[in-house]
Design a binder for this molecule. Structure first.
Ligand SMILES: Cc1cc2nc3c(=O)[nH]c(=O)nc-3n(C[C@H](O)[C@H](O)[C@H](O)COP(=O)(O)OP(=O)(O)OC[C@H]3O[C@@H](n4cnc5c(N)ncnc54)[C@H](O)[C@@H]3O)c2cc1C
Length: 381
């Protein structure tokens, strides 16, 4: 049996980029995925994800976004697919300007281009937005939207081109107490490797119920696409950028690839199981979202809901990522805890995980198991 340098379990955005970054470093890698790369029940499986640089005072994530956007663009340029849309990202804030001010300071520090907009300039430029309660905003003109599930597929294709072996199989819970020699799949296959990276998104909690279970909060998140009035370009780029209403804990994006206006709440939903939760939105939440859209986009008051998605966040206690060794199995690593903001960071996360497994990168304490509490107190957005 072949022994790989590293077996990566899970081909969402974290696992796909980990496999690719390891392959780029000349390592032999098996990438094992139960359902399919970027499948519709994974967190990476929606059409689109925002990539923005603003992270309040959390400079580490601003820098990772910068590194990641450059690498996403390189990947898409190489495979010839237009999977990044530079829509710009507009952050809107109300009376509480603290986070916006922290974001401004960090963006300056990191050399990220942005524009400051007061209420008068917001009114002049974005008359399609309901600005009730909004005081000011910043616009990141070079940020935008990644076409998520296809971006994951492109990452896996590139990894395979560089020699990664892709295996479609469900990996069983590893039972070793010392170093793990091989993982077993439910179809009886054994995959042997020197190290194992479990990049299983919300499934990490099910696979490692004792170590990870109490530290990962898997929540239901509903996403809506509103159909636009025929012939109306006010809700498409460049007229409307991607937007985040800080006070409302909501976000969304303009009409991309004619899917309509995408909008969702960032507030955490109820706890769910990623295998079995219903992927159908409730009438009640659809009604609430219609009401909300009427407030922030009055021109869409009567717009139909054209599509919906139901996904899950895999939150850590405070929103920091989770990359560390298993406390009892030294050659087993966890890579997860994307916490509703992880997609954009795939390339930088993959670099970090590859560096960790190769012993080339200093561990970041914020990502350690030791900092993962069993009670939620969200701090990273
Ligand atoms: C509604 C929503 C909106 C979001 N918006 C944004 C955004 O705008 N910008 C942003 O940056 N991030 C966003 N995120 C967060 C981001 O999408 C996630 O953090 C990221 O996709 C997590 O990727 P992952 O690879 O860790 O997990 P996943 O994508 O869930 O991948 C895990 C994979 O592991 C596989 N797996 C699990 N167990 C096994 C096993 N035993 N054997 C084999 N395979 C296994 C699964 O099948 C799955 O494919 C959002 C998330 C949601 C849900």
């Amino acid at each position: 049996m072949k022994t790989y340098d590293v077996a990566v379990i899970g081909a969402g955005v974290f696992g796909a980029w980990t496999a690719l970054q390891l392959a780029r470093r000349g390592k032999s890698v098996a990438l094992v995925e139960a359902y399919g790369a970027g499948h519709s029940r994974s967190s990476s499986g929606d059409e689109s994800r925002i990539i923005r640089m603003g992270y309040g005072k959390d400079e580490i994530y601003t820098r990772w976004s910068q590194r990641s956007l450059a690498q996403w663009k390189e990947l898409f340029a190489a495979n010839g697919q237009a999977l990044f849309h530079e829509t710009g990202v507009l952050w809107l804030a109300g009376e509480d300007q603290k986070r916006l001010n922290e974001t401004r300071a960090t963006l300056r520090q990191c050399g990220v281009a942005f524009e400051d907009l007061n209420l008068a300039s917001l009114r002049a430029r974005f008359s399609q937005i309901g600005l009730d309660g909004i005081r000011s905003a910043i616009l990141e003109p070079q940020s935008g939207v990644l076409m998520a599930r296809r971006a994951v597929a492109a990452t896996v294709m590139e990894a395979v081109r560089l020699g990664v072996t892709y295996v479609h199989a469900l990996v069983e819970q590893p039972k070793a107490r010392g170093p793990l020699r091989a993982i077993k799949t439910t179809s009886g296959q054994e995959i042997s490797a020197g190290q194992f990276v479990f990049a299983c998104g919300s499934w990490l909690a099910k696979l490692f119920p004792e170590v990870v279970g109490p530290r990962l909060f898997v929540t239901r998140q509903e996403v809506f696409y509103f159909g636009l009035p025929a012939g109306d370009s006010r809700f498409a780029p460049p007229a409307l950028p991607t937007f985040l209403f800080q006070t409302d804990e909501s976000y969304g994006m303009p009409d991309i690839e004619s899917r309509g206006l995408k909008i969702a709440l960032d507030a955490h939903g109820v706890a769910v199981d990623p295998d079995t939760q219903s992927r159908v939105v409730s009438e009640e939440s659809a009604a609430k979202m219609r009401q909300y859209v009427a407030k922030r986009f009055p021109g869409l008051r009567d717009a139909p809901i054209a599509e919906t998605r139901v996904c899950q966040y895999e939150n850590t206690s405070n929103g920091d990522f989770f990359v560390d060794r298993h406390p009892e199995i030294g050659n087993v690593w966890f890579a997860g805890g994307g916490s509703g903001h992880g997609f954009k960071h795939g390339p930088a996360l993959g670099e970090y995980v590859a560096g960790q497994t190769l012993g080339e990168v200093q561990p970041e304490p914020r990502f350690s198991l030791a900092t993962k509490a069993t009670v939620q107190q969200r701090a990273v957005f």
